[in-house]
Design a protein around this ligand. Structure first.
Ligand SMILES: [Zn+2]
Length: 500
């Protein structure tokens, strides 16, 4: 995701240390200091801490893996999703079959599905048994303190030793003024594709996706999307089968289905990569996009490695605003195109373990851009923030301080490692060795140590695990439309659909 503004900040005293997989003793010590110091200092600190229950520090460090198991519960292996878009009725029907295993010590499965409700869910079948969404002994909507992501809990015991199969059929409202149907993920808000099909909204829940798209309309439609896309049928009976061919995070699946009469489309090979670019008719220059890619793709190949997605790159160009990266695809403006394509390497194939760890994919991305222009300065000696520890590992959305402060943290690391070229060589190493192997912030620190012999752990704790400011997507950016990708077509298209 690319953003183009600086937001306001909330100040709140809240300290979370959830990441204890490596240096748990150190964390406990730090936590004790935070708990004990206010008692020693007394007075204002103590008083402040009790004025608002939210300001009381978290009592105990929590094991990250255990928390993820408890909150996410299942590990999805594969998804087969059939989606039919009915533009004239503003309706979408879906049938999703999910193969999953229970995560360690979990027995009752759940799934994220935002539109779940008695008016949307048709059938739920779990391991051959039909469950009634309206029967509280079958299905329950649940929420967790640690995350804004609600779950649909399916009240049947599932063993750890087998693959479980869940099928959900549903019908949801899908209103779109321009009669197009597209993925609309916003990782800053934490909104993934669970608004369209049941999934687990977490960067490290990787699974194979096969998705079949169809449309009921008098119009011919065109389609681009992530992975391998095969078109079947003709004219108004077209179907598109999207196959990711490998395990990817659900929130990185992109598709764009739009009336053919409203688009321009061109496919070219750039630096050996198949690139398909679609945009609204008579809007953005497809040539300009290809021109950018003609230099950008070879640069990234030379510096970081071969383009990660063998099926190439699908781009839907919007007229303005930022963009969003997906697996082998992006919906973006021209100005954010380079940023989103960089995410094919960091964000979509080198993957963060949790959303809170995904600060580094934005930070590395922004650092690469800023450092090329010589416009990034390292953080100062006393810099501290809670970009990572301000939230739990299961919170969705990342902290958008990643763009500015995060890039400066990377610059500090790069300088100590030997400069821009050395850090780019490290990015090449990271990309070569850890693609589709999700890792968290402390694992990144370990990889840097193994590569350079420099231990950044103490500094990283200070830079990313201290400080008291809560400023993150789920609460901090609510209602800010300017975070969203702007899909508005040119006026000629807007006008056409307004008349109806
Ligand atoms: Zn981004």
């Amino acid at each position: 995701m690319n953003i183009l503004y600086n937001g306001s900040m909330n100040s709140l005293l809240r300290i979370n240390f959830f990441n204890i997989n490596k240096e748990s003793i150190k964390y406990i010590c730090i936590l004790l200091i935070f708990l004990v110091l206010p008692l020693i200092w007394g007075g204002c600190v103590k008083e402040e801490a009790i004025t608002n229950p939210e300001e009381i520090p978290q009592p105990d460090p929590v094991d990250e893996n255990d928390l993820m198991d408890r909150v996410l519960r299942i590990d999805i292996l594969s998804m087969d999703v059939k989606l039919e878009y009915i533009p004239d009725e503003d309706v979408l029907t879906g049938e999703s079959t999910i193969e999953f295993r229970m995560r360690p010590n979990q027995t009752i499965p759940l799934i994220h599905f935002d539109p779940a409700g008695s008016d949307t869910i048709g059938t739920i079948i779990l391991n051959g048994v039909e469950l009634d969404f309206n029967d509280p002994s079958d299905v329950k909507m649940i929420s967790f303190d640690e995350t804004t992501q609600d779950g649909v809990e399916l009240l049947r015991e599932c063993g750890n030793d087998k693959i479980n199969i869940l099928t959900i059929k549903y019908r949801i409202g899908y209103s779109n003024s321009y009669k197009s149907f597209y993925s609309n993920v916003n990782d800053i808000y934490g909104v993934g594709n669970e608004v369209i099909f049941p999934s687990i909204n977490c960067p490290s829940d990787l699974s194979k996706h096969k998705m079949t798209f169809s449309v009921v309309s008098d119009k011919d439609y065109s389609f681009i999307g992530s992975g391998k896309v095969v078109e079947t049928g003709s004219n108004k009976n077209r179907k598109w089968v999207l196959d990711t061919e490998r395990e990817v995070a659900s929130y990185t699946i992109m598709w764009m289905m739009v009336p053919e009469e409203d688009i321009d489309f061109e496919e070219r090979e750039v630096d050996g990569i198949d690139v398909r670019i679609m945009t609204y008719k008579d809007s953005v220059s497809i040539d300009s996009a290809f021109e950018i890619l003609e230099s950008w793709l070879p640069e990234l190949r030379a510096n970081i490695g071969m383009f990660p997605m063998e099926r190439g790159l699908d781009v839907f160009l919007t007229q303005r605003g930022g963009g969003m990266e997906y697996f082998g695809a992006t919906i973006t403006s021209l100005s954010a195109l380079e940023h989103e394509v960089f995410h094919m390497y960091f964000g979509c194939s080198v993957v963060a373990k949790t959303y809170r760890d995904s600060w580094w994919d934005e930070a590395i991305n922004m650092w690469y851009e800023y450092s090329a222009a010589g416009s990034v300065s390292p953080v100062n000696q006393n810099f501290s923030s809670n970009i990572v520890s301000g939230r739990t590992p299961v919170s969705v959305g990342f902290d958008d301080r990643a763009y500015g402060d995060g890039a400066r943290v990377i610059e500090s690391i790069a300088i100590e490692m030997g400069g821009r070229d050395t850090f780019i060589a490290f990015l090449n190493h990271l990309y070569s060795n850890y693609t589709f192997s999700p890792f968290n912030t402390f694992e990144l620190v370990e990889y840097i140590f193994n590569y350079s012999g420099i231990d950044f752990e103490d500094k990283i704790i200070n830079w990313l695990y201290k400080g008291t400011r809560v400023y993150y997507s789920a609460s901090g950016t609510e209602g800010r439309d300017y975070h969203k990708v702007d899909m508005t077509p040119p006026y000629e298209i807007v006008k056409k659909y307004k008349r109806k």
